[in-house]
Design a binder for this molecule. Sequence first.
Ligand SMILES: NC(=O)c1ccc[n+]([C@@H]2O[C@H](COP(=O)([O-])OP(=O)(O)OC[C@H]3O[C@@H](n4cnc5c(N)ncnc54)[C@H](OP(=O)(O)O)[C@@H]3O)[C@@H](O)[C@H]2O)c1
Length: 237
Amino acid sequence: MYTWLITGSSRGIGLEFVRQILAGGDRVFATARNPDKSPELQEIAAAAEPGHVHLVQLDTRDAESIKAAAKKVEELLNGDGLDYLLNNAARVSGGNDSPTTIDPDNFMDFMRVNILGPALVFQAFVPALDRSKRPEGPVVMNTTSGLGSIGLDCGVKNASYSISKCGLQMLTYKESKEKPNIICFVLDPGWVKTEMGGEGAFLEIPFSVSHQYKVITSATQKDNGGFKRYDGENLPW
Ligand SMILES: NC(=O)c1ccc[n+]([C@@H]2O[C@H](COP(=O)([O-])OP(=O)(O)OC[C@H]3O[C@@H](n4cnc5c(N)ncnc54)[C@H](OP(=O)(O)O)[C@@H]3O)[C@@H](O)[C@H]2O)c1
């Protein structure tokens, strides 16, 4: 049985990850800003086998909340390792700006939640990842977006959000170099029908997550430092 931790599991892609991880028979620390305010997450936890899901408060905007979550998870792990860390949480709304309309506070909040948050989560859980006994090595998946790619040439839209995902990609590259024993990569989930993606999106949530799940659980050292789509296709930086 492997052990997972995911951020932003209250709804959308994160919530579906919790469902699929549990269906695979593993144990998951399902973190959210307000676990008590997600009835779906509460329902999943109530139906899970004892000890397979732990709901933990974690706000990626708040360094103290990340530290407190790591302390709680370390207690629950009781010396065991963490095998998979999914940095899925992100600020996704309010970012339809352009270089000439960037608002300083809005911009800095995107950087705080979408880059610094995952960086601090990584820092906090490295000791647990280092104890992983997964034969191919522990895995860190940072959720990016096609909008974070310069190579895909997505144009002017959503500047602050896109810049934050581009920065997350550089962070992931640096993580893969500093901790080569941990397999770190970024995945683009595709355009998915969540609150963020909207009803017009191409992909159903379970479809995107089941493909991402396959890529993540089959990750080996050759994936370290990579940028892929949900189906494992390499994407241009
Ligand atoms: N849907 C798409 O088409 C699409 C495309 C490309 C990339 N993505 C990426 O996929 C990931 C998941 O997005 P989604 O589509 O599932 O969006 P979503 O349905 O809007 O869910 C966003 C999740 O992030 C959480 N979150 C936001 N700020 C947070 C914070 N400060 N601390 C902790 N959690 C926080 C939300 O929690 P609350 O319930 O507390 O707000 C929610 O669980 C994101 O990284 C997003 O950028 C999505």
